[in-house]
Design a protein around this ligand. Structure first.
Ligand code: BG6
Length: 512
């Protein structure tokens, strides 16, 4: 393949068109403050925001966890985590000291009422109320089976109030981490418990993929350019491919992973979000509920995959060696790879297959959406060898690791003889905007504090996603004849996934 062409890109001068609201003063209460998420993502993100002056002035951060080492261990452990996972290297001592002055720690069990009493004590101190205006953001970063305990504990301690107007102070909001349920029943039950306690507008169900700039760019790219949207339908698009591959394995999370698997861990959340953004109809405005409505409608239009079609349209795989990972049961059938063929029953997408895949221990870490356009209706070049070289146009929205857009098209190659080449134009986000991207959690945390739910799951959408996946989970659970394909670590995944596409005359974009 010839060297890719580069396009010149320049950042337009001037202020952003939509300036975000300042986050409200508040206390951020992190349940599960000793867990992996808090250490790798939440605290480093809060620190970066604080250091850049993005957090509200009087912010207080209260971590609640079971450390077993005594509450005094928290500050040092956080500092080490921020040093390791934060953006700023090395850590500035003064900035850290100032940030640490905002932190408080509570050691305790979220199943016990004591911890909520102590929390109430801290939140109701006059100095806390003055700096937070009595606003509280409760972040559930515990294992999901503890979410109901946290909700009940907060309610019983009188710390959670229903605010019909979620922006009116003092407000209470909750942030719920994924996985939101493990099936339709548990997701509904969790939604029911939440609705019993507070209003839907007070709930922020996190999917960190929506916090990634390149994911948000899918909407801006589609609806900010007039040349692509007219082509964005069954007349011009042959098929769509969404890939989220990882080179890492389960990284010591065997106990957790055994209860989820790739379908619940990645497809139900991140990959379906990418599908929604790529397939949704234009909203009537950029208001959060308009965008959330359109995303939810897309999920409702997914054609169910009935149990008898699961073996044909869904491939599950497991990397060789998974069963030897710590806390994984020998003989486990948990999938570390899934590929599926999805159809969307609406006018725009009728008959266009969407191929989704995700997996661990694959050849590379890559997330992208590939829009494969139809072939030209007739090859005019009159020579078979030339016609065979014509590759259909491809538009690639690269999410990670090098975010940007790539467009493939056909060009004449230089020379007297007619010769053609497939070339690509590539836009690199970091190079174009001369900046490195912030962690997705930074944006999402700010959005919770400024009451912007656009980038969060709504209760109906989350239930629709589970309703779509339910027959697949059931078929896997009840039909032992559906194979689990073992694939080699570092490969492209199971052969069965390649076959699923080749039956339809397609192939996956090569990884790596
Ligand atoms: C998490 C999953 O939600 O996303 C992990 O639980 C996965 O299993 C991770 O590794 C991938 O996120 P990212 O941002 O690294 O692509």
């Amino acid at each position: 393949m010839p060297e890719p062409l580069r396009i010149e890109t320049s950042r337009p001068p001037g202020a952003p068109i939509l300036r975000s609201r300042r986050p409200d003063p508040c206390a951020v209460v992190v349940f599960g403050a000793n867990g992996d998420l808090a250490h790798r993502k939440l605290l480093p993100s809060l620190y970066s925001l604080y250091q850049e002056g993005e957090l509200p002035e009087g912010v207080r951060i209260i971590g609640i966890g079971r450390s077993g080492k005594g509450g005094d261990a928290f500050p040092d452990e956080y500092r080490r985590s921020i040093e390791e996972h934060g953006r700023e290297k090395p850590l500035d001592d003064e900035a850290w000291r100032s940030f640490a002055g905002r932190l408080a720690y509570l050691e305790g069990d979220v199943k016990e009422s004591e911890v909520y009493r102590e929390l109430r004590g801290i939140l109701s101190l006059p100095e806390t109320r003055e700096s937070t205006h009595g606003n509280a953001l409760f972040y559930m970063a515990t294992p999901p089976d503890l979410f109901p305990n946290v909700l009940e504990g907060l309610l019983a301690a009188g710390l959670l109030h229903r605010n019909k107007d979620s922006a009116r102070e003092p407000w209470d909001r909750i942030v719920v981490e994924k996985p939101f349920g493990t099936d339709l029943h548990s997701a509904r039950e969790l939604n029911r418990q939440i609705a019993h306690a507070i209003d839907e507008r007070q709930v922020f169900r996190i999917d960190h993929y929506l916090g990634k700039e390149a994911v948000q760019n899918l909407l801006v790219f589609r609806f900010g350019n007039s040349i692509f949207e007219p082509l964005w339908n069954r007349r011009y698009i042959d098929h769509v491919e969404i890939t989220s591959s990882e080179s890492v394995g389960i990284e010591g999370r065997g106990r957790f992973y055994e209860t989820v698997g790739a379908l619940r861990d990645m497809i139900q959340s991140h990959v379906l979000q990418l599908l929604m953004l790529c397939a949704m109809d234009p909203p009537v405005s950029f208001e959060s509920e308009e965008i959330r409505d359109q995303r939810a409608r897309t999920l409702r239009a997914l054609r169910p995959i009935p149990a008898e079609a699961v073996a044909r349209h869904v491939v599950r795989g497991q990397y060789r060696g998974y069963q030897e990972e710590p806390s994984v049961a020998p003989g486990s059938t948990t999938e570390t790879y899934v590929a599926l063929r999805v159809l969307i029953d609406n006018w725009r997408w009728q008959g266009v297959p969407f191929y989704l895949r995700t997996g661990k221990r694959l050849r590379s870490r890559e997330t992208f959406v590939a829009i494969h356009f139809r072939e030209v209706p007739l090859c005019l070049f009159g020579r078979d060898d030339l016609c065979q070289r014509l590759e259909p146009n491809l538009l690639l929205a690269r999410i990670q690791p090098d975010p940007g857009m790539t467009l493939r098209f056909v060009s004449k190659a230089p020379g007297d003889e007619l010769s053609i080449a497939n070339v690509t134009m590539r836009m690199d986000w970091n190079e174009t905007f001369q900046t490195s991207l912030h962690d997705a959690y930074e944006r999402l945390l700010l959005d919770c504090m400024r009451d912007d739910p656009t980038l969060f799951w709504r209760s109906d959408a989350v239930e629709n996603s589970w309703a779509f996946l339910e027959p697949i989970l059931e078929a896997w659970g009840s039909d032992a004849s559906i194979p689990l394909s073992i694939y080699e670590p570092g490969s492209e995944g199971p052969e069965a996934a390649r076959e699923m596409l080749s039956r339809e005359g397609k192939r996956w974009t090569e990884l790596g």
